[in-house]
Design a protein around this ligand. Structure first.
Ligand code: DGL
Length: 270
């Protein structure tokens, strides 16, 4: 048994990396559904079907607990999975809540009524599917009042990263930040609401300017998982080593993953 980490493609590696650093003794099985990425341009039903089929493969690989290291799947499929799909002995956790708790200065599981927080103008960068789900705004409204959110659906960035075309990814980041700034000239915080985007975090920060605090998820999710596992240690199990699975071309995926993680990373095809 190990802990599963799922993403549509390479983006979840940003979360995997933080998990592996924070919890070096926990074996992780990473699953990238690269053959079907990007998810961000698909409808909710499609994202649900692809995500549940990937999660079943992670169960087959010995994971009782799976982290959806994908905002699009967390936004479009997690609630329905919890209602219709999960057997009693399995758990699936999303990446949204830890980020929103950090933004709204809350401890894990603090369910007190919404209140005023320091940030007032928040820029959300996410995939078209995550933006249209409005899941981020819904979770935020449970915890904070008086926060103005401007969302930018960032078409194209995930495709460019999956293709390893970082010049195009850079140009797209700049043009999406420009588009956002036309709608909200001075955000005080920015959310990188797609796990692929931390690969371009420097480019986002440069385009946004030094005064904008950029929130990304990897470390927040790692802290939250560490906390969860102290409460539910039986979900860790005895798995031996980290594995990387892909539905895509294992050579191409391994090459791009090795470039992002800056060490040799070999994917097996499933
Ligand atoms: N990395 C994913 C996310 O966090 C999905 C991107 C995509 O496949 O469009 O939203």
């Amino acid at each position: 048994m190990a802990v599963g980490v799922f993403d549509s493609g390479l983006g979840g590696l940003t979360v995997y990396e933080a998990l592996n650093k924070r919890l070096p003794d926990v074996p992780f099985v990473y699953f990238g559904d690269n053959a079907h990425a990007p998810y961000g341009v698909r409808d909710a039903d499609d994202v649900y079907k692809l995500t549940t089929s990937a999660v079943e493969k992670l169960w087959d690989a010995g994971c009782d607990l799976v982290i959806l290291a994908c905002n699009t799947a967390s936004a479009a499929a997690l609630k329905r999975m919890q209602e219709e799909f999960l057997p009693a002995d399995k758990r699936v956790l999303g990446v949204f809540v830890p980020l929103i708790e950090a933004l709204t200065e809350r401890q894990w599981g603090d369910n007190s009524p919404p209140r005023e927080v320091a940030v007032k103008h928040v820029a959300l960068f996410a995939t078209p599917a995550t933006v249209s789900s409005r899941a981020f705004q819904r979770e935020l409204a449970f915890r904070a009042i008086g926060v103005d959110v401007e969302a930018q659906a960032c078409g194209g960035i995930v495709d460019a990263i999956e293709d390893g075309d970082m010049i195009l990814a850079d140009a797209l980041v700049r043009s999406h930040v420009d588009a956002l700034k036309r709608k909200m000239p001075s955000p005080d915080a920015a959310i990188l609401g797609c796990t692929h985007y931390p690969i371009m975090e420097k480019e986002f920060q440069d385009a946004l300017g030094r005064d904008v605090k950029v929130f990304s998820q990897a470390n927040l999710v790692a802290e939250s998982l560490a906390d969860y596992l102290t409460r539910r240690p039986e979900m860790i199990g005895k798995g031996a080593q980290n594995r990387f699975l892909t539905t895509g071309d294992p050579e191409k995926v391994s090459r791009n993953a090795t470039q992002f993680l800056k060490r040799k990373t070999v994917f097996e095809q499933v």
